[in-house]
Design a protein around this ligand. Structure first.
Ligand code: NAD
Ligand code: MG
Length: 393
């Protein structure tokens, strides 16, 4: 029986994680559930899973939440804020931590899980983008197991040889990592119409149902850019060892191309319960609730190259990683602010990339090697991005 903390339990990944856990009551027990604002869903989840703890990180009235919690799950205790998140991520009773908070807000709890040697299931890609070196060092120092939930990285992990961690890229006979992406909802929209796309249109992803922030990131392909950086850290590679391939059907979740001409691909329905179940049970396999692929229904798989004029954010991510230092931290922070402003209808769709680029230029050379230094850079980038938005770029 493994005890699981789900950070971000009320989000899209959190809900899918609980759906898989529910299918295996003899293997997994929920230790803690966390939410930022959706208290009513958190209480429903507490009633169903009877965790030892729930954590609310956003503003709330503790005594009111405690009273409601007592009615649905009398043995569950309430913790609050970042402190509560970190506590349930590193608690000695916990075996597995699902890191599914969105954005840099997930950094410190995810790092706490890595430092405490947990099996960390990483959905929160932003924490690797912000502090990849420190996160990977924490995993090595503590002996934690880091398993990717992002469908592409989970696919790559499944296509790599078992000896990859010892041997690395070249000695494993790998020629390239092929990172696939659907291209989002605006793949075929005329470029001159992109700037008038609304938040609702941007969040209507053709294949995946996800939270709003990652949905907008998929439309700009910043998501793929963040994933390139995530892959560099996870697999200890450089950007020139990765090729981004557009694959609109989202059936192949990514591929590894080997020196002998073999290309291994992981395929499946676009349903996050597959990578979640894979990582929860690794190295075993368990049922996830996902139907197997029907190749006759799929019938066609197509591929093309991404166009940087359509997806300037993708290029910015390559630039940020190549510039090095804390530039990925800067880009991630600016992007979180710009996406929030787009969702609030303060800026247009194409202005997301403009804000991101301006912030990167303003913070050229930013670097830090401590977590506090990176958090300071993140804060500075946020305030510069906000200023650019208010100056009406
Ligand atoms: P979501 O918006 O649906 O859920 C986010 C969760 O984080 C919620 O539980 C929310 O309460 C919590 N949260 C939000 N702000 C917070 C804050 N400031 N402090 C603490 N908690 C906070 O997002 P999602 O789509 O589930 O994505 C979660 C993470 O997983 C993201 O990093 C995303 O990039 C990654 N991911 C998601 C998918 C997907 O299919 N949804 C796929 C791959 C990777
Ligand atoms: Mg992904």
């Amino acid at each position: 029986m493994q005890k699981v903390t789900v950070l971000g339990a009320t989000g899209s990944i959190g809900v899918n994680t609980l759906d898989v856990i529910k299918r295996h009551p003899d293997d997994f027990q929920v230790y803690a559930l966390t939410a930022h604002s959706n208290i009513s869903l958190l209480l429903q989840q507490a009633e169903e899973f009877k965790p030892a703890y729930v954590v609310v990180s956003g503003d709330h009235d503790s005594s009111e939440v405690e009273a409601k919690l007592a009615q649905v799950s009398s043995d569950t205790r309430l913790l609050s804020g970042l402190e509560g998140l970190v506590e349930v991520a590193k608690a000695s009773e916990v075996d597995v931590v699902m890191a599914a908070i969105v954005g840099a807000a997930g950094l410190l709890p995810t790092l706490a899980a890595a430092e405490s040697g947990k099996k960390v299931l990483l959905a929160n890609k932003e924490s690797l983008v912000v502090a990849g070196k420190l996160m990977m060092q924490a995993v090595r120092d503590s002996g934690a197991t880091l398993l990717p939930i992002d469908s592409e990285h989970n696919a790559i992990f499944q296509c790599l040889p078992e000896s990859y961690a010892e041997q690395g890229f070249s000695a494993s006979g790998i020629q390239k990592i092929l990172l696939t992406g659907s291209g989002g909802p605006f793949r075929t929209t005329p470029i001159e119409e992109l700037d008038s796309m609304t938040p609702e249109q941007a969040c209507a992803h053709p294949n995946w149902s996800m939270g709003r922030k990652i949905s907008v990131d998929s439309a700009t392909m910043m998501n793929k850019g963040l994933e390139v950086i995530e892959a560099c850290h996870l697999f200890d590679i450089d950007t020139d060892q990765i090729e981004v391939v557009l694959h609109p059907q989202s059936i192949i979740h990514s591929m590894v191309s080997y020196a002998d001409g073999s290309v291994l691909a992981q395929m499946g329905q676009p349903d996050m319960r597959t990578p979640i179940a894979h990582a929860l049970s690794w190295p075993q396999r368990i049922e996830s609730g996902v139907e197997p692929l029907d190749f006759l229904a799929v019938s066609q798989l197509s591929f093309s190259a991404p166009d940087f004029a359509r997806y300037p954010c993708l290029k910015l991510a390559f630039d940020a990683y190549r510039q090095g230092g804390a530039m990925p931290t800067v880009l991630n922070a600016a992007n979180e602010v710009a996406v929030a402003a787009f969702l609030d209808e303060e800026i247009s769709f194409m202005q997301i990339a403009v804000i991101n680029e301006r912030t990167m230029v303003a913070m050229e050379g930013a670097d830090a090697d401590s977590i506090n230094g990176l958090i300071e850079i993140d804060q500075k980038a946020r305030s510069l991005a906000l200023k650019a938005i208010h100056d009406k770029v």
